[in-house]
Design a protein around this ligand. Sequence first.
Ligand SMILES: NC(=O)C1=CN([C@@H]2O[C@H](COP(=O)(O)OP(=O)(O)OC[C@H]3O[C@@H](n4cnc5c(N)ncnc54)[C@H](OP(=O)(O)O)[C@@H]3O)[C@@H](O)[C@H]2O)C=CC1
Ligand SMILES: C[C@H]1O[C@H](OP(=O)(O)OP(=O)(O)OC[C@H]2O[C@@H](n3cnc4c(=O)[nH]c(N)nc43)[C@H](O)[C@@H]2O)[C@@H](O)[C@@H](O)C1=O
Length: 322
Amino acid sequence: MNAAPSAPSIQRLFVAGHRGMVGDAICRRVAADPSIELLTAGREVVDLSDPQAVDQFYADNRPDAVVVAAAKVGGIFANSQYPVEFLSENLKIALNCVESAYRHGVQRLLFLGSTCIYPRDAPQPLVESALLSGPLETTNEAYAIAKIAGLKLCQYYRQQYGVMFHSAMPTNLYGPGDNYHPENSHVLPALLRRFHEAKEEGLPSVTIWGSGSPRREFLYVDDLASAAMHLLSASDPPDWVNVGTGEDLTILELAEKIAAVVGYQGQIETDPSKPDGTPRKVTDVTQLHALGWRHEVELAQGLQQAYASFLKENAQSTLRQA
Ligand SMILES: NC(=O)C1=CN([C@@H]2O[C@H](COP(=O)(O)OP(=O)(O)OC[C@H]3O[C@@H](n4cnc5c(N)ncnc54)[C@H](OP(=O)(O)O)[C@@H]3O)[C@@H](O)[C@H]2O)C=CC1
Ligand SMILES: C[C@H]1O[C@H](OP(=O)(O)OP(=O)(O)OC[C@H]2O[C@@H](n3cnc4c(=O)[nH]c(N)nc43)[C@H](O)[C@@H]2O)[C@@H](O)[C@@H](O)C1=O
């Protein structure tokens, strides 16, 4: 498993969103391969929502491959609060990155979506063919619509113009460089921080949002980076493919594991006034495994590594402020 398939070689790879958790993990991985030249540009250099700026970047830098790992990203609260930005910014980023790639002769493009593209009540585990088979989960509908537009744009470019533009649908991710913001983050980094602070402050209990019963799947971000490079090398990848472990647990079970990793021994309480979101999200990874890739980092190990990263970033005061 995970040996790179025979594939067209990549020489100049543009990682859009290289300072994010995923983009940074991809850069760390690619840095070990001297045959690939990494191209990056922070938001202050190229605002990916600006079509002229993106086009100029492609014209000046001539990438032959692109990973679109830039997006407006957040957890259930941020997605519910800011649907305008989640739809509008993500549509613009997808459109600009993909259209300019075609205009400037990019050979290979991987667009990152998310498993929230699947209908809220789709049968579990989620198969790729469940796309557009039912209504979306309302808490992340805006984000999901932008991601569906992005993956469809790639599919249509491939179909109509014969370019190898395709997509990966990652499950919930975590790891170094995550967003630990108390409100805007995803559940795993939010709880790592909350349990850590509760331990430091000697608090008797920690409250998790919702009922604790929704089920989620978590993939360590370095595994996602490995899968992304694997897919970029595949000779005939599917238009979109799930990237996950195929294993899930309840949010309460996750909280208990995080408390153990952090060393917090107080009570865990739930707050049913907060939304649960999708009742269950676990990927069918049959297609991914058939492509020769499987995850390597199990949740127990990943949580230890993620907590170590959190402690380091916290000590260095590099935690994100938004
Ligand atoms: N995290 C997760 O659990 C999951 C993530 N994904 C997908 O993976 C990809 C990466 O996510 P992740 O790394 O977690 O997200 P992050 O928020 O960590 O990183 C996103 C990056 O995109 C950049 N960015 C956003 N908007 C712009 C813009 N207009 N111009 C330039 N850069 C921009 C951000 O820059 P800046 O630092 O300046 O804000 C940031 O570096 C996204 O497509 C996301 O949808 C999919 C499933 C789950
Ligand atoms: C990756 C995916 O992530 C988002 O979907 P989500 O999986 O629902 O996101 P989440 O990680 O924020 O929550 C997961 C579950 O966990 C519960 N929960 C408990 N306590 C906290 C808590 O403290 N913070 C958060 N955020 N959630 C909590 C929370 O109530 C929910 O039941 C999409 O919007 C979209 O961005 C997307 O694609």
